[in-house]
Design a protein around this ligand. Structure first.
Ligand code: 13P
Ligand code: ZN
Length: 274
C-alpha cells in the first residue's frame, strides 16, 4: 500500500493540520507521535528504507522493536498536509529500546522531534498502564494554558480544579486530572522523566511557560482532550480578565453529584475547600 494512503497516516496528517488551524503550532512549535500497530506497519513496509541507527537519548525497553510515526524536528505543522514526506518520519526502535532508525520520510534530511525522549517515555508509561490501549502522544503550544502558568500556582490540584470548574464536561473528559511540570529545559531526558512520571497518573501534563502534553487511545480522543483543556483555559483567562473572583461556580458537592451520574471517579484531592 502507498504509505500516504494508509488510514493511520491520514489520521495523523489530519490531526497535525487541525492543531495548526487552532493556532497551537507557531513555526515548528509542537510535535506529535503515534505508536503504529504491527499490522499497520506490515501494510506499508514495502515503502521502507533502512536509515542508520541513532541514539534516542533515553532508554525505553518497553517499546523495543516498535514503530512510531513522528513529526520531524524543526518542521512546521503548517506544512504537514502539503508535504508529509518532508515533515514526518516513521522510525523503528531496536531490540533494546535504546536506538532508532528512520524507515520512511524526512526525504530532505533531518531527525525526529527533539522531544522524542518525552514522547517515547510517555508512550512507554501509557502502553504499560493501559495494557497497550494508548497510541498517541501530542505536544502543543496552547496559548491559554501557557498564560495560566504565569498566574496560577504550579500545582496539579490547582490546575485541575480551576479547569474543571470552567466547563461542566471537563471532569468527565479528564476525570484523573492534569499534572504540572515546573519550567525545565525542553528537549532532553530530564523533562521526559518528569513528564512520564505524571503520565502514570494523568493523561495531560502542562509544561510551565511552554505548553502541554496529552496522551490518548487514538487521534480523535487525544486531539479532543487537548482541545477541551485549552478551551477551559481560555474560559478561565476570560473570567480572570473580567474580575479576580467568581460570583458563583461549580462546587465540590456538584462535582460529587456529577461523578455519580456520569459514573466517573473524581479524586478527592481535587475537591478541596477553598
Ligand atoms: P521540534 O521542532 O524539535 O519538534 O521542537 C518543537 C517544540 O515544541 C519543542 O518543545
Ligand atoms: Zn514545545
Amino acid at each position: 500500500m502507498n504509505f500516504l494512503e494508509a488510514g493511520f497516516v491520514q489520521g495523523f496528517i489530519r490531526m497535525a493540520n487541525d492543531g495548526w488551524e487552532q493556532g497551537w503550532h507557531e513555526r515548528n512549535g509542537g510535535n506529535l507521535s503515534y505508536r503504529v500497530k504491527s499490522r499497520e506497519a506490515e501494510s506499508v513496509k514495502e515503502n521502507f528504507r533502512a536509515g542508520d541507527w541513532q541514539e534516542i537519548g533515553t532508554c525505553v525497553p518497553g517499546l523495543a522493536g516498535e514503530y512510531f510515526l513522528v513529526t520531524g524536528s524543526g518542521k512546521y505543522f503548517r506544512n504537514v498536509i502539503i508535504d508529509p514526506q518532508d515533515s514526518l518520519c516513521m522510525i523503528e526502535l531496536d531490540e533494546k529500546g535504546e536506538r532508532y532508525r528512520i524507515v520512511w520520510g524526512l526525504v530532505n534530511g533531518g531527525s525526529p522531534t527533539s522531544e522524542l525522549p518525552s514522547h517515547l517515555m510517555n508512550h512507554e508509561v501509557k502502553k504499560r498502564v493501559t495494557q497497550g490501549g494508548y497510541r498517541v502522544i501530542y505536544h502543543a503550544h496552547t496559548p491559554n494554558v501557557i498564560a495560566l502558568t504565569f498566574v496560577l500556582p504550579l500545582k496539579d490540584e490547582v490546575f485541575t480544579r480551576e479547569l474543571w470548574e470552567m466547563a461542566t464536561e471537563c471532569p468527565v473528559v479528564f476525570p484523573d486530572g492534569i499534572g504540572v511540570v515546573p519550567w525545565m529545559v525542553p528537549g532532553g531526558r530530564e523533562i521526559a522523566v518528569a513528564t512520564s512520571k505524571l503520565m502514570q497518573e494523568y493523561d495531560v501534563a502542562v509544561w510551565a511557560h511552554h505548553g502541554m502534553f496529552a496522551a490518548g487511545e487514538d487521534f480523535d480522543l487525544t486531539f479532543g482532550l487537548m482541545h477541551t483543556v485549552e478551551k477551559a483555559a481560555e474560559i478561565l483567562v476570560k473570567v480572570r480578565s473580567m474580575r479576580p473572583d467568581k460570583l458563583q461556580t461549580i462546587e465540590p458537592r456538584d462535582f460529587r453529584d456529577l461523578a455519580k451520574d456520569f459514573k466517573v471517579t473524581l479524586p478527592e484531592k481535587f475537591l478541596y475547600i477553598r
